[in-house]
Design a protein around this ligand. Structure first.
Ligand SMILES: [Cu+2]
Length: 132
C-alpha cells in the first residue's frame, strides 16, 4: 500500500463514519409510521390532530411531549403536505406525502426542540411543533 492509497483508505473510513453518525441522528428526530397518507377514519380517537383547512394549518403552534405522534388531516380538496427545511429533522429537506381531502399523515417526534414546517406547494403555509 503506497501513501496515496493509505490516504484514500483513511478518507474513505472517515466518510463512512460520518454517514453512520448522521444516519443515526436522522432516525432519532422523527419517525414516520407510514410513508403515504391514510384515510382520516384511521386516525385514533384520542390522537393529537392538526387540521388543514382554508389554506392554513389550524393549530399554528402545537406543544407536545417527546415521543408523541401528531396527525395532520386535510379537510379540503386542495392538496397539502407537511415539509421541513434542510436540517430541521434530517440533513436534507423532508417532504411528507401530499394529502387529498380526508387523508391523514402522522409523524412521531422523538427529540425535544422546535420544528418549523411548511406546505411544499404553498410555502406561505407555515406552523410549528414544539416538543418538550
Ligand atoms: Cu398546501
Amino acid at each position: 500500500m503506497n501513501s496515496a492509497t493509505t490516504l484514500r483508505s483513511i478518507l474513505g473510513a472517515l466518510a463512512l463514519s460520518a454517514i453512520g453518525a448522521t444516519g443515526a441522528w436522522a432516525q432519532e428526530k422523527i419517525t414516520v409510521p407510514t410513508e403515504e397518507g391514510v384515510a382520516a377514519t384511521e386516525v385514533p380517537a384520542d390522537a393529537i390532530v392538526v387540521n388543514i383547512a382554508k389554506m392554513k394549518y389550524q393549530t399554528p403552534e402545537l406543544t407536545i411531549k417527546t415521543g408523541d405522534t401528531v396527525y395532520w388531516i386535510n379537510n379540503e380538496v386542495m392538496p397539502h403536505n407537511v415539509a421541513f427545511k434542510k436540517g430541521v429533522v434530517d440533513e436534507g429537506e423532508f417532504r411528507g406525502d401530499m394529502l387529498g381531502k380526508d387523508e391523514a399523515y402522522a409523524i412521531t417526534f422523538n427529540e425535544a426542540g422546535t420544528f418549523d414546517y411548511f406546505c411544499t406547494p404553498h410555502p406561505f403555509m407555515r406552523a410549528k411543533v414544539i416538543v418538550e
